[in-house]
Design a protein around this ligand. Structure first.
Ligand code: ADP
Ligand code: ZN
Ligand code: ZN
Length: 735
């Protein structure tokens, strides 16, 4: 073996991250001082070459000189990733046990992960011409063209904003550009500003909240802004963004899901004449790269997006906003399992800027941080347009005769709502027609062959679908086992409720809003467009209905079938259910009309429901936190979950056993409680056996140390080959 290479004065060792699921970086020889950290390089790897990112340089390496290779080419003059992001990403990779190369490459837009030049993504800005504005006023255009012309007559917009506000706009753009009504213009760099007369006068409560946040200064400081929907939280975010903008600093604004982006973008556009970079999953890759580069160059004063926007580079950072901070969508559930809210906190800390977490129903983690005085809580207790909160009526279902799962009192209330010309929302957290298809003659029921769980019936599509693995099959007409024509759908999903309600109210539009009916791009917005404000209607849907979109004529909310949430094995279920009930209930009576909420249950005396209804979310959350403390659960302990799955039961058991032994033998394992291995709550999915090992510690650093030592061991276990495994730090479900 040759001696480890000592670099001479002309050469440096570059540490390079490659997009591989491995915990290490790779050393390469580079000329002179080497490329700056954050630059992309092309390097030989195995028999081919790859694009990597330099994460640092070193004077020497453990790689022997006959194996040490040189960088082929440096692809950037200016680093794609700045120093702060590199440091934060490394911290994130450590915290959530990610592979460093995967994490770093995951932060880059796809279009920049190969070697494309950064300046290939020039901004694409569109605006209406003078002829276009006249055509708009004369209303000579229809459909998509009219909508685009209308939008561009108000303001010039970038392609990513158009993608967000008017998906599919390019066809109309071609027609209008050919007709000379719109044109693509060069991006002008001008100072962003606040539109005059766009800001309302703050209520006293808002003014106090804003003053409390501003008085803390410009450094790192986490705030919880707690207030019900309609209490004016967004207005506070806008004022804080305005302050940042006046100081020439950027705001990073996160929302939990894509459906909430257009609404936030409209509010921002109405307030600011500024470049807004939008980042979410429905962008063309070129546009994503462009928006990302705008964030990095500082051209964009505001960066708005969903979970992954938390990786946006910021040159002049001033503020981070995390709206609906409690939302579990902030947690990435596959690959690199980071939590965007928590990563936003890490970044705000290293950028030394304030961060505001907003919610009507804060997570227990955040509330515990408030208790511990790590976060400052600021409250908005009243809705801006003063109104009584909607009363909640609990309907005890025990012993009642139900029609499609709906009680007579609920149906009466629904009839009365519609008769007043108002709208009602029926919430049921289950898609499809029925969760079980049962044979009344022999007891057979349709089961997924790969998961052994009941298949959900979708009657419209005449299909049976497995919600766990996606397996589908044709719904049989008669029992495949006894051949008797006695199949009965058991239980209700949204599709069945839609059918039942439409049959009961043939002259009222019934809209179903769930993942099936809104599968297309902005399907929800399109569905709602069909709904006039002043007309009676029924919305039936899943939790998609819980947020967004103000429906002024919605005065009744019916919550049916939440009892499953009272019995779940997952300790998060109570918190989720309380949040869901408060969020859904918050949809009733937003404008000048009073609302009412109806909650059907077989367990009206369940402590979660009674505390929630008597004392509101704060009391319910305090009860939950008390239970978590008493049972030694997060946020009072810290958890990491090793999940593994394999088609071979034996291979799975061998791996889990070896994983446990490795941990138990290492010194660091002693500071932990190691539970398992045991079968996952869903022991079989898509034909694979699944198992878990749960690590707990009251001491976060002890858990981190153990994981750091354990991870390379897991990668090295011979039993890990051909098997899928992952580590989930702070899991949001134990599924
Ligand atoms: P939240 O984000 O808490 O749901 P918003 O900021 O969206 O609340 O405010 C609810 C509604 O009240 C919005 O239509 C908003 O435009 C309006 N609003 C907020 N603050 C004021 C204010 N100070 N004066 C008048 N209207 C306001
Ligand atoms: Zn049968
Ligand atoms: Zn299945």
């Amino acid at each position: 073996m040759s001696p480890a290479r000592q670099s001479d004065s002309k050469a440096t060792i570059a540490r390079v991250a490659l997009p591989l699921p491995l915990p290490q970086t790779f050393d390469y020889l580079s000329e002179s001082s080497g490329p700056s950290p954050g630059c992309r390089v092309r390097v030989p790897f195995g028999r081919s070459s790859r694009v990597g990112i330099v994460v640092g340089t070193a004077a020497h390496t453990d790689v022997s000189s006959d194996r040490l290779k040189s960088i082929d080419a440096v692809l950037d003059h200016q680093p794609v990733l700045d120093a702060e992001l590199l440091v934060s990403l490394r911290r994130a990779a450590d915290y959530w046990c990610g592979a460093i190369g995967d994490v770093i490459f995951g932060a880059l837009p796809l279009a920049l992960r190969n070697g494309s030049a950064q300046d290939a993504f020039a901004e694409e800005i569109w605006c209406a011409t003078a002829a276009g504005t006249s055509a708009r006023d004369a209303r000579t255009r229809r459909g998509g063209s009219a909508a685009l012309l209308e939008t561009l007559s108000d303001a010039a917009l970038s392609a990513s904003e158009l993608d967000t506000l008017l998906p599919g706009w390019r066809a109309a753009a071609r027609r209008l550009a050919t007709a000379g009504l719109i044109e693509r213009i060069a991006p002008e760099i001008r100072a962003p500003c606040v539109r005059e007369g766009a800001s309302p006068i703050l209520t006293d409560e808002q003014a106090d909240a804003l003053a409390a946040i501003l008085s803390a200064g410009d450094g790192f400081r986490p705030f919880l802004l707690q207030g019900v929907t309609g209490s004016g939280k967004t207005e506070i975010y806008l004022r804080l963004a305005e302050r940042a903008l006046q100081q020439g600093r950027q705001t990073l604004w996160l929302v939990p899901e894509i459906g909430l982006v257009p609404q936030a973008l409209r509010r921002l556009r109405a307030r600011f004449d500024a470049r807004i970079a939008v980042l979410h999953s429905n962008l063309a890759e070129g546009e994503r790269a462009r928006a990302w580069l705008d964030a990095r160059s500082g051209t964009a004063a505001i960066v708005l997006g969903t979970r992954s926007a938390v990786f946006a580079p910021l040159t002049k950072p001033g503020l981070v906003v995390v709206d609906e901070e409690h939302d579990a969508s902030y947690k990435q559930q596959e690959g690199f399992r980071y939590h965007a809210r928590d990563f936003a906190l890490m970044r705000a800390q290293s950028l030394d800027i304030p961060i505001v977490l907003g919610s009507a129903t804060p997570s227990l983690e955040t509330l515990a941080n408030v208790e511990a005085a790590r976060y400052t809580r600021v409250r908005l207790r009243q809705r801006v347009h003063a109104r009584q909160p909607s009363p909640v009526h609990v309907l005890d279902l025990r012993g009642l005769k139900l029609a499609h799962g709906l009680s007579p009192a609920l149906l009466d209330a629904l009839d009365a709502t519609l008769a007043r010309g108002e709208q009602a929302l029926v919430f049921k957290n289950r898609r499809g027609y029925a969760p079980v298809l049962l044979c009344h003659a022999c007891g057979w029921y349709a089961r997924c062959p790969k998961c052994e769980k009941p298949l959900t019936l979708y009657r419209g599509r005449r299909q049976l679908l497995c919600h766990h693995c996606g397996h589908t099959e044709r719904a049989p007409d008669a029992c495949p086992y006894c051949h008797v024509d006695a199949l009965i759908p058991q239980g209700q999903g949204t599709e069945r409720l839609e059918e039942a309600l439409a049959a009961r109210h043939p002259n009222v539009p019934v809209l179903r809003v769930d993942r099936e009916s809104t599968r297309q791009r902005d399907g929800f917005a399109k569905l709602l467009d069909r709904l006039a404000d002043d007309q009676p209607a029924i919305l039936v849907g899943t939790q998609i209905l819980a947020k967004g979109h103000d429906l002024p004529n919605l005065t009744m909310v019916a919550i049916v079938g939440v009892d499953e949430g009272l019995h779940s094995v997952d300790f998060h279920a109570g918190e989720r259910l309380a949040q869901l009930i408060v969020q859904v209930a918050g949809r009733a009576g937003r404008a000048d009309k009073p609302g009412a909420v109806w909650l059907q249950t077989h367990e009206p005396d369940h402590p979660l429901l009674t505390t929630l209804l008597k004392g509101g979310y704060d009391t319910a959350a305090a009860l939950q936190l008390g239970e978590r403390l008493a049972s030694g659960l997060p946020p009072f302990t810290h958890m990491a979950l090793l999940r593994a799955e394999s088609a071979q039961r034996q291979a799975l058991d061998d791996f889990m056993g070896a994983a446990r032994d490795a941990l138990a033998q290492s010194g660091s394992g002693k500071a932990l409680r190691i539970n398992g291995p045991f079968a996952a709550p869903m022991p079989l999915r898509a034909g694979r056996h699944r198992a878990q090992l749960l690590l707990e510690s009251g001491h976060r650093p002890a858990l981190r140390h153990a994981l750091v030592a354990w991870l390379p061991q897991l990668h090295g276990l011979p039993q890990s080959r051909g098997l899928r495994w992952s580590i989930d730090v702070d899991p949001v479900d134990l599924y």
